[in-house]
Each structure stands twice: as structure tokens, then as C-alpha cells.
Design a protein around this ligand. Sequence first.
Ligand code: SAH
Length: 233
Amino acid sequence: MKIAIMGAMPEEIAPILQKIGSYKTIDYAGNRYYEATYKNSELVIAYSKIGKVFSTLTATTMIEHFGAEILLFSGVAGAISPELKVSDLIVATKLAQHDLDITAFGHPYGYVPEGSVFVAADKELLELSKRVASSMKKSIKEGVIATGDQFVANEERKNWIGSIFGADALEMEGASVAVVCNALNVPFFILRSISDAADMDASFSFDEFLLTSANESAEFVMKMVDELVNKNI
Ligand code: SAH
């Protein structure tokens, strides 16, 4: 089984590369991919660059070019739910694109014909994450993640996204990765650690907590990888 581990920014995959230690580097389609053998399983690791288009390209490349059969995303996000504080972990049960808008034609936000507002994450990976969380004695929240090509640093916009999509957190890549994996029948798991509250202080909070939150998420994702590799599914 070949596992893809993806982030959006270098900081999000750095702890993963550090843990793996040795890897091969391949430059392809404007990105750098890292391939490694880890406990007898194959990994492909990359950060996509920020946003839906770059993350679509990277997820597609990992699957179609590198042959990934399962995809785990690790990164940071802004909190919508007041329950979520900096460094808390949230795993997406389903994801939507909050900036996709053809409502002028009577469609709901996040919807285009032949698509769907939400894409659901893989149930088995969600179950596995619960077992991993309890073995690490960590609490992780399951919730809806909304994705768009905007860094949200505005209470009003954040509350709007929360109310329209029932979203608990927001970021800039999850839903596009979800669309790719869903279309190509690849089970996926999107994990985020909170870096900010998507409010007027968001950019300062993001800068302060990016590294620690990215590490939190990466550590959890590597525990997921360990479980997957041990089971050899
Ligand atoms: N500081 C970076 C830009 C970060 S953009 C630079 O200057 O290059 C924010 C990144 O973190 C995106 O990859 C997104 O997925 C996630 N993120 C964290 N908080 C967010 C927020 N409040 N709104 C949108 N995305 C957020």
C-alpha cells in the first residue's frame, strides 16, 4: 500500500520528513515530492502550496503519477467552533467549498451541477483516528471543515461560513483534496490543528502558532501511518 502524506506549506510536512529521515526527492509538475520506504510501506510526501488549485494539482499527482492508494492531509486551520482552541485537533467528517457560489441560479452555496455541497471523508480512517487518539490519550474533535481561497481574518465571514455550512473549522485546501480523492476512489483523511480563530487577530495568531500546531497535526498523522503500516492494509 502506498500512502500519500500531504500538507499545504513546508512547515506542515517538515516534521514528517524529519521523522522519516531518509527519502528520495523528485521534482514534478512544479512541486517537490519525497518518496520513502517506511516500515516496509511506500510513502509519497509533499506540500502543495496554498489554496484549492495547488492542492488539487498535488493530490491528483500523488494519486495518478505516484500511485498513492490512500491520502492523509496534515496541516493547520482557523477555528469556527468556540470549542476549538489553538493546537486542538480537528478531523473532517465532511468538507465543503465555502467560496463556490452560483447562488444567482438558485443553487445552494458550495454547489455546482453534478457536484455536491459536501464530500464525506473515509469512515474507516475516521474510526482508526479515534483509536489512535485514545491510545495517545488525546482528544480530537470530529467536524465539518470549510475550504476556500481566502485567509479568513474576519468574525463576520467566519460566522457566515459557520452558519451556512455548519462548519467547525476553515482552511484553504481540504475540500479540493476531498473532491480529487472522492473522484479517484482513494480513501482520504484531513486533519488540522488550530492555529487561529479566523478573527481580526488571525494573522498574528497564525504566525505565532504555525510551527507548534503543524507539529501537533504531523505527530498525529504519523501515528495514523504507523497503524496503517502495522495492519498492512
Ligand atoms: N503566512 C502564509 C500564508 C498562510 S495562509 C504566508 O504568508 O505565506 C493560511 C494557511 O493555513 C492555508 O494553507 C490554510 O489552509 C491554513 N489556515 C489557517 N488559518 C486559516 C484561516 N484563518 N483562514 C484560512 N486558512 C487558514
